[in-house]
Write a protein that binds this ligand. Structure first.
Ligand SMILES: Cc1cc2nc3c(=O)[nH]c(=O)nc-3n(C[C@H](O)[C@H](O)[C@H](O)COP(=O)(O)O)c2cc1C
Length: 310
């Protein structure tokens, strides 16, 4: 038996392997994105960018609390005008590796999403990802669009009207019926669903000072602690839609990645694990997946995708 085939196709775009650098993790510059691709990622996602530059929340913004991370980076980004240049440079640098690029965007209004998408599309990323699910900016931006089927569908519709670049819509676990929301964005034209964004918001208190550790007090929870929730969300979404899913949340090794695919994911996002295992995490997870597949006698990911539903 040869090596198992780990390549996947997402909306007609070929990924050399299913591991996707999740938004907000190292995706701040073209050079970093190239390094992540060279380290073995099958696709890379940029840090979410909005209409204008944002400083984000004051430090401390990220904390490893023992069973995961909690973050309130607060969508720090250089604004779309500068981001277009970063995406164009990153595309050039990634060309030789065959690793596709997803540009993540956010805005405070439905129309704002269309404006940012129109500008980002000039740089021709392989995908545009709509971050409608950040839980740590509710003070400024209100309830995330991903928390309501109508809002999520409206954002998807307006962006579909301004670009033909395949659209990934990133959903939130902080809802009672993620499958209904997934169905709503699929009907509105989403090409792929990414799930999940961080859980929460949550809070960690320093028991010596008696005060919340994050300057923003609350933040989104990620990493191993949220994996069972992410797997359940992907499972529910798979039953509800026909479009592919990028399963994200707490994936730290090859076993976890295969679990996501068995729940129904086509590709698997890697976020907090980069913090735990360094840039080598992509190559290491691919080796772990391969070893498992050889041991259990699988030749390709198609054989195991959605297995948990049978
Ligand atoms: C420090 C940090 C920053 C993040 N920034 C973004 C972001 O800008 N846009 C976004 O859509 N998700 C962002 N996320 C969420 C991740 O992309 C991912 O959905 C989440 O962390 C769950 O995956 P994980 O458990 O593998 O980290 C961020 C997560 C972390 C830990």
């Amino acid at each position: 038996m040869g090596k198992p085939d780990l390549s996947v196709e997402l909306c007609g775009v070929r990924l050399p392997n299913p591991l996707v650098l999740a938004a907000g993790i190292l995706g701040t510059g073209a050079e970093l994105l190239r390094r992540v691709a060279e380290s073995g990622a099958g696709m890379v996602t940029t840090k979410s960018c909005g209409p204008s530059p944002r400083a984000g929340h004051p430090n401390p913004t990220v904390l490893d609390w023992g069973h995961g991370l909690i973050n309130a980076v607060g969508l720090a980004n250089p604004g779309v005008e500068e981001e277009v240049g970063i995406i164009a440079r990153a595309r050039e640098m990634l060309e030789a590796s065959g690793v596709p690029l997803a540009a993540s965007i956010f805005a405070e209004t439905v129309e704002g999403f269309a404006d940012v998408a129109r500008k980002v599309a000039e740089a021709q990323p392989d995908f545009i990802e709509l971050n409608i699910s950040c839980p740590n900016v509710a003070d400024e931006m209100g309830r995330p669009f991903a928390c309501d089927t109508g809002d999520a569908a409206r954002v998807t519709t307006v962006v579909k009207e301004v670009t033909s670049i395949p659209l990934i819509v990133k959903l939130s676990p902080n809802v009672t019926g993620i499958a209904t929301i997934a169905r709503g964005v699929e009907r509105a034209g989403a090409d792929t669903i990414a799930a999940i964004n961080t859980l929460g918001p949550g809070m960690i208190i320093d028991v010596h000072s008696g005060r919340p550790i994050l300057a923003n007090k609350v933040g989104g929870v990620s990493g191993p602690a949220i994996r069972p929730i992410a797997v359940r969300c992907v499972f529910d979404i798979y039953e509800a839609v026909d479009i592919p899913i990028i399963g994200i949340g707490g994936v730290n090794d090859g076993r976890d990645a295969l679990e996501m695919i068995m729940a129904g994911a086509t590709a698997v996002g890697i976020g907090s694990a980069v913090r735990y295992r360094g840039l080598e995490v992509f190559a290491a997870i691919l080796d772990e997946m391969e070893a498992f597949m050889v041991e259990d006698g699988y030749d390709s990911l198609e054989e195991i995708r959605g297995m948990a539903h049978t």
